[in-house]
Structure formats: structure tokens, C-alpha cells
Design a protein around this ligand. Structure first.
Ligand code: ADP
Length: 302
């Protein structure tokens, strides 16, 4: 059996032609999307997917057409959080049909292609040798396909939930030069602020992507019984100060609210369940500020 080291040129697969075709489809697809916004942290577990879904819901409630792309190929959670697991993607006249959540979010995720709960993402190859070389390339190819081949229709916003890892935004920016900006998510701990801070620097200085704002997640939890408020993450510097140091807007503090996790597990919109909550108002305010900022960009471009 040959490994790719033994194959002369592209082995007759016309891989360059295939990629060029896919990139052309990507460009054509994105002409119908007004703004692509990435949600990033660099750090896992800080609530990036939760913020993506709730920000998407808030934009939807403001009357925008919104899609959510789960770019976390190996840790896909958006389908579960939006209640669309079980939807089987099929080909339609304009491409692969995306799932539509109960509220109207258009969703695409690797999760929809997995046959069961216990099946991880695995790539078929003639040999698993050197997998560390080709796996990232295959994953970028999959991401390109998920965007290019999905029949998103006309969208005002496509939110991209990035995987953890400092280079995730740079990879996406390479793929999508039309990226309008990124939203940073951190929790209040010093550890998280360190990692997320580096991602913000990388976004601004290396990837050349505007950071539209930074939001702090999992702020103090208020006990429903006694009303006592307890901070979950130590006494690190405030995230508001961190945003200031990095020269990016501070979007606010989303409290730790068990109803957020419950809604995510059940795949139902939190904003409908607790419309008067502090968290729902932060998501709505974020949506306002992002929509306004990108409207400005539109006006300048005209
Ligand atoms: P990430 O995408 O950064 O890995 P997730 O969005 O998957 O993180 O969040 C991790 C877990 O924390 C999930 O179970 C989610 O429901 C929960 N969670 C996130 N933010 C909050 C919050 N503000 N209050 C309560 N639970 C939250």
C-alpha cells in the first residue's frame, strides 16, 4: 500500500482543481451572507458555544436571518444546544439542506453527520501513519465544505463557533477573508484571561480580524433561595479592565445561571425561557452593539 509520500504529483486526483472548485463555491455562497462573525476564546469550557447560540437567538429576535456554523469539528455541541440533533442533512436544489431550529436558526454541524451518540469523528485513510500531518488538513477541508456546500440561503449573520486553540481564528480568517469580526468569550479567572488575551492579540495583530467585543461568562451566581451572590472565579483582575487593556469593547457580564445550561441540554432557546433574566439582557445588548457596528461597516462600504 502506498502512503502519500510515494505518490507522484497529486496521484491523478486533481486535488488542486477540487480545492479551487470548492473555494469558488465558498465565495459564491458567502455572497448571500451579509456578515460572518466568529465566536472565539482559545480556551475550552468558558461558554463559547453557549454565547454563540444565545447571541444568534438574540439577533434572530431582532428580526435578522441567522445561521450558526459549528466549526468545532471534534467537539461539536451546537446541534444539541439548538435542538436539531437527529436532523439528517440531505441534498436540495441549492446544496446540502441545513437544520432549522424551533426558533428559526439555520444550523450546520459535523454532529449531524455522525450516526450515533457514541461515535467520534474519525477520518478514513489508507494508513493512519502520519495522521498528525493530514488530520488538520482534512479538518480544514471539512470546514470549507460545511460552509460552501450548505444551502444557507440569504443570511444577515452567520455566526461561527470556533474550536478551542489559539490558531482557530487565524485558520478561519485564511479560509474566509470576508470575516467581519470576532467576539471574545472568557470567564473571570486569571488562567482564562491569560489564554483569551493571547487569542485577542493574535486576532488583531496576526489574523487582522476586528475584535467586536469581549464578554465575561459565568459571572456571580445568585442563589434562588437566599439571594446570596457568589463569585465562581477567584479575585482576578476584572474582565472589563482586560478589555480596556486590549482596546476592545466590553460587552458585559453574563451571570452563572443554571437555566442556561438546562436550556442548552434540552435544545430550547434560553431567551424564551427567561426573557427577563440578567443573562438574556446581556445577550440582547451584545446583539444590538454588533448589529450596529456592522451596519456602520456596511454604510462605509456603500
Ligand atoms: P465552550 O464552548 O467554551 O467549550 P460551552 O458553551 O460548551 O463551553 O459551556 C460549557 C458548559 O457550561 C455547558 O454545559 C453550558 O451549558 C454551561 N454554561 C455556559 N455558560 C453558562 C452560564 N452562564 N451559566 C450556566 N451554565 C453555563
Amino acid at each position: 500500500m502506498k502512503s502519500y509520500h510515494d505518490i507522484a504529483a497529486d496521484g491523478g486526483s486533481n486535488v488542486v482543481g477540487q480545492v479551487e472548485g470548492q473555494v469558488a463555491r465558498l465565495r459564491a455562497r458567502l455572497r448571500r451572507v451579509r456578515h460572518v462573525v466568529a465566536v472565539m476564546s482559545g480556551k475550552g469550557g468558558v461558554g463559547k458555544s453557549t454565547v454563540t447560540v444565545n447571541l444568534a437567538e438574540a439577533l434572530l429576535q431582532q428580526g435578522h436571518a441567522v445561521g450558526v456554523l459549528d466549526a468545532d469539528i471534534n467537539g461539536a455541541s451546537i446541534a444539541r444546544m439548538t435542538g436539531v440533533r437527529g436532523f439528517v442533512p440531505r441534498h436540495g436544489p441549492e446544496g446540502v439542506l441545513c437544520a432549522v431550529s424551533i426558533s428559526g436558526l439555520r444550523v450546520m454541524s459535523m454532529d449531524l453527520f455522525l450516526p450515533g451518540d457514541r461515535t467520534p469523528v474519525m477520518w478514513d485513510a489508507p494508513t493512519q501513519q502520519g495522521g498528525y500531518v493530514w488530520r488538520p488538513m482534512v479538518e480544514m477541508g471539512v470546514l470549507r465544505e460545511l460552509i460552501a456546500d450548505t444551502a444557507w440561503g440569504d443570511l444577515d449573520f452567520l455566526l461561527v463557533d470556533l474550536p478551542p486553540g489559539g490558531n482557530a481564528l487565524a485558520n478561519l480568517a485564511d479560509l474566509l477573508p470576508e470575516l467581519a469580526g470576532a467576539v471574545g468569550v472568557t470567564v473571570g479567572s486569571g488562567v482564562s484571561q491569560l489564554i483569551v488575551g493571547r487569542s485577542i492579540t493574535l486576532a488583531k495583530e496576526i489574523a487582522g480580524v476586528e475584535v467586536l467585543g469581549l464578554v465575561e461568562n459565568m459571572g456571580p451566581h445568585v442563589c434562588e433561595v437566599c439571594g446570596h451572590s457568589e463569585a465562581l472565579f477567584g479575585d482576578a483582575e476584572s474582565v472589563r479592565d482586560m478589555a480596556h487593556v486590549h482596546g476592545v469593547p466590553f460587552f458585559g457580564l453574563i451571570p452563572f445561571d443554571p437555566r442556561i445550561a438546562l436550556c442548552a441540554d434540552r435544545g430550547i432557546p434560553f431567551a424564551d425561557t427567561a426573557p427577563d433574566s440578567g443573562a438574556a439582557s446581556v445577550f440582547a445588548a451584545m446583539a444590538d452593539r454588533i448589529a450596529l457596528r456592522l451596519l456602520e461597516t456596511d454604510l462605509v462600504a456603500q
